[in-house]
Write a protein that binds this ligand. Structure first.
Ligand SMILES: *Cc1c(COP(=O)(O)O)cnc(C)c1O
Length: 366
């Protein structure tokens, strides 16, 4: 994508003039392991139901602004009430609405990088100060004591569990302490929660903590990245505040219909989730084995991706793409992630291709 023109920058709101259009770094390849999507795809019978539901939608009518039928399905799934559910055009829209409603000048976000870059981006777009509590550069672990201390003066704290791109969980008892310490709101982003062990979710804390918000998305485990649908679970007055700032019709009726089917048929996604979890262990073990003789390192992960450190990461990524037609995500220019790549766990055949290519390329680049 072209950089912004000087004219556009002059015309833009000053606080936004440093931005560039988002570029996911996508090129079509045979194996796509760059965006943490579900590479197994929608189960065939669910796909047919999704298409049938979408074909019944009257697209001449505006959608239900609050996605109430979908909210009911989500509420039933998670054991909460409709009033605790906010649906957005992807988790990203939920995040944007959250910063729009609760951020702003004089407000402070506590962020724990390296993490999902969208938090700091949206916070700064609405002039919210970002207070970074960096992770341990070696283990990538959260600094629990510093996070708790910073939470005491925060308007918003974001904890990502499992974290993107480091793959680690936030302990539920830490979430509870942060909620107690923070006078503002605490968001736990569980976009990858389906791949984590049972008992890792912060959701059971919701009834006792009215400042806790839990984010989920249909984009990762549930094969709707292209349809765009995510949601938050929160106290009803937080949901109402988000409803007040949202773009009324951002979640299309087609998306609402598709997500309702996926909610109802969520069990059909379990085999792919279980296979991803098993493959994650195999990929980590194989990379660890490579690491005994070659300069490659992998971090543990509870998500559907792993973070690896390799020699000449940017060049190695380009060679994976150009010589093997395998796409992964380069994080090597992010603070704390020198020479790091993030690799989505794909199907067994895709993971085999990746592991073979890595073995060859790491040897050649070292
Ligand atoms: C992918 C992702 C999301 C949300 O993605 P959407 O496609 O907008 O639903 C939120 N948080 C994290 C950490 C993610 O990686």
């Amino acid at each position: 994508m072209a950089a912004l023109s000087e004219r556009a920058r002059r015309l833009m709101r000053p606080s936004l003039a440093g931005l560039e259009p988002y570029d996911p770094g996508f090129t079509p390849t045979r194996v796509i392991l760059s965006a943490n999507e579900n590479d197994y795809g929608m189960p065939a019978e669910v796909h047919d139901e999704v298409m049938a539901a979408m074909s019944g939608v009257a697209t001449n009518r505006y959608p239900d602004p609050m996605s109430n039928r979908l909210r009911d399905a989500i509420a039933g799934w998670h054991g909460v009430a409709r009033g605790n559910v906010f649906v957005g055009d992807g988790g990203d829209e939920c995040l944007f609405d959250l910063f729009l409603a609760f951020g702003g000048q004089g407000r402070r976000l506590v962020n724990c990088p390296p993490t999902f870059s969208v938090y700091a981006l949206y916070a700064s777009m609405v002039d919210t100060e970002v207070v970074d509590v960096p992770r341990d550069p070696e283990t990538m672990a959260l600094d629990a004591a510093a996070t708790l201390a910073a939470a005491a003066d925060a308007d918003l704290v974001v904890l990502t569990s499992p974290n993107n791109p480091t793959g680690d969980l936030v302990p539920v008892d830490l979430v509870s302490k942060v909620c107690d310490a923070c006078p503002g709101l605490v968001l736990v982003d569980e976009a990858y929660g389906e791949f984590a062990p049972a008992g890792s979710s912060a959701e059971p804390l919701l009834p006792a903590h009215d400042n806790l918000i839990v984010l989920h998305t249909f984009s990762k485990a549930y094969c709707l990245a292209g349809a765009r649908c995510g949601y938050l679970l929160a106290a009803p007055d937080v949901v109402d505040a988000l409803a007040a700032v949202r773009q009324p019709y951002s979640v299309s009726s087609l998306t609402q219909a598709a997500a309702e089917v996926v909610c109802r048929r969520r069990d059909a996604f379990e085999p792919a989730i279980a296979s991803t979890v098993a493959e994650r262990a195999r990929v980590i073990e194989s990379i660890d084995a490579l690491g005994s003789s070659l300069p490659i390192r992998v971090w543990p992960s509870e998500a559907n991706f792993v973070l690896v450190r390799v020699p000449h990461a940017s060049q190695l990524r380009a060679r994976l793409r150009d010589e093997y037609s395998i796409l992964v995500r380069d994080f090597s220019d992010v603070d704390g992630l020198a020479d790091c790549l993030r690799v989505t766990i794909g199907t067994p055949a895709e993971n085999d291709l990746l592991l073979d290519a890595l073995a060859t390329l790491v040897k050649e680049e070292s």
